[in-house]
Design a protein around this ligand. Structure first.
Ligand SMILES: Nc1nc2c(c(=O)[nH]1)N[C@H]1C(S)=C(S)[C@@H](COP(=O)(O)O)O[C@H]1N2
Ligand SMILES: [Mo]
Length: 433
């Protein structure tokens, strides 16, 4: 199995030797570890038995394209098209074409002047941008970085990839002088059906002026060092680093420059906040629901390092007694509970988790000198967390986890409104018998 599938934090100490597993091994090891734990042994190298290990981070660091949780509209979904239909839809590298056009839109009292671009690209005019042109820009201006994909509406990260492509600013510069452009829209292939259009946007400044140390919006054509599969939005997909998934438009075929400053992202029509940034939040893994007394209970999950950064992940064990109510996230019991710190996964051994031949010094967010990330966890990436509970008496329990961001806000705050990022406090229920 290829090195891509190596997990991040299954570096379980076996004496002084670090043992690494690929995912298939990890599944097997989980069984071994569970058996070890069931036998009442200790975990995480803290014990005196050198052969004990426990699976504390059951996630591969990079997610294979086919393993992402898929969130796709369209009927039929573009990736179900085969053969000639796929070519006709422009969904192969050879047939892919990109329009970049200016919107003539004006509206009395709202938008005074139409947007314009010195040069436009379009299929209609016989001069669209093609894959070769994009790849040529990538040779001199290419960027790559690691980003977690997370749907604003789903309480579980979709996956994390090493994305590679060309900054939107570089592509837009091919248009020469732009006038009256306040927003940049992108659309994918949607069966040529206006009702199916799913569009998203960034402001002109967000497209053109990446602050130092920040990550640019870009047109991606590689994922984990492979062409992006059609299922993952290839041949070319937009990636908006700081945003939830709905800004990262798949099957990209149109860029649309407009002077309409309003954020008319399709996602907003379902009451989602189109200007929300990736939310710092913890998501608990599912796990066993029953344990024997004396058996350690392993709690694992993943946290997104969102816009406001991640200070720590915490957990709270609530013992349930007869008559206990269901607690809302803002219940005083929760707010006054004694939250404890979870362990965060260490950095992986980069050469083991990156695709073969990837020089980490060339990844944005990594030092060009040392090849180590400038921050850990990675900006807009995710990190595994875990804790091992010991000595739980027989009873029923609820385990909760939450992040605390760099501003001191504990999840779900400051966004109690779930339409700006699904980040309720996750809860796992279990019984000790
Ligand atoms: N063209 C297009 N792009 C799209 C979507 C879509 O339905 N059509 N879904 C968006 C949403 S809501 C999310 S969360 C992400 C999901 O990306 P994934 O399927 O690669 O995990 O893609 C985004 N890009
Ligand atoms: Mo989404």
């Amino acid at each position: 199995m290829d090195s891509l599938l190596l997990n991040t934090c299954v570096f379980l100490k076996r004496g002084t030797r670090v043992v690494k597993f690929n995912r298939r091994d990890a599944i097997r090891t989980t069984a071994v570890a569970t058996a070890a734990v069931m036998a009442g042994k200790t975990v995480n190298g803290a014990g005196n038995d050198e052969n004990d290990y426990q699976e504390l981070c059951p996630h591969s660091f990079l997610t294979e394209g086919s393993d992402f949780y898929d969130v796709s509209r369209g009927n039929p979904k573009p990736y179900t098209l085969m053969g000639q239909q796929r070519v006709d839809a422009g969904l192969t590298q050879e047939s892919w074409r990109l329009d970049i056009t200016a919107d003539p839109f004006v509206e009395n009292g709202v938008v005074k002047e139409p947007a314009s671009a010195l040069k436009q690209f379009s299929k209609a005019d016989g001069n669209p941008l093609n894959f070769k042109m994009l790849a040529a820009l990538g040779e001199t201006h290419g960027v790559k970085f690691i980003k977690a994909m997370q749907c604003l509406n789903i309480p579980q990260p979709l996956g994390q990839g090493l994305w590679e492509g060309v900054p939107l600013s570089v592509v837009l510069r091919q248009c020469g002088v732009l006038k009256n452009v306040r927003r940049v829209y992108f659309r994918g292939f949607h069966n040529n059906d206006p009702k199916q259009v799913f569009q998203s946007s960034v402001s002109y400044t967000q497209a053109m002026e990446t602050p130092p140390g920040e990550l640019p919006v870009f047109l991606a054509y590689r994922l984990n060092n492979q062409p992006i599969s059609l299922e993952r939005g290839g041949p070319v997909r937009m990636i908006v680093p700081w945003a939830h998934g709905f800004k990262s438009i798949k099957w990209l075929q149109q860029i649309f420059l407009t002077n309409d400053y309003r954020v008319n992202d399709t996602y907003a029509l379902n009451n989602n906040d189109p200007e929300s940034y990736l939310k710092t939040a913890a998501y608990l893994d599912k796990g066993r629901t029953e344990y024997k007394a004396g058996e350690p209970v392993v709690i694992t999950g993943q946290a997104i390092n969102g816009y406001s950064g991640l200070a720590r992940v915490e957990y709270w064990v609530r013992e349930l007694v007869a008559g206990d109510r269901r607690l809302e996230d803002n219940a005083p019991e929760l707010q006054n509970a004694s939250w404890q710190k979870c362990e965060l996964a260490d950095q992986p051994i980069w050469e083991d988790v990156l695709p073969k031949g990837t020089d980490p010094r060339g990844i944005l967010g990594f030092s060009q000198e040392t090849g180590r990330p400038i921050s850990w966890p990675l900006r807009y990436g995710m990190i595994s967390f875990y804790t091992v509970l010991k000595g739980l008496k027989p009873g029923r329990y609820e385990i909760r986890a939450r992040t605390v961001d760099r501003n001191g806000f504990a999840q779900p705050e400051p966004r109690s409104i779930q339409k700006s990022g699904k980040n309720e406090i996750p809860t796992r229920r279990l019984t000790v018998v």
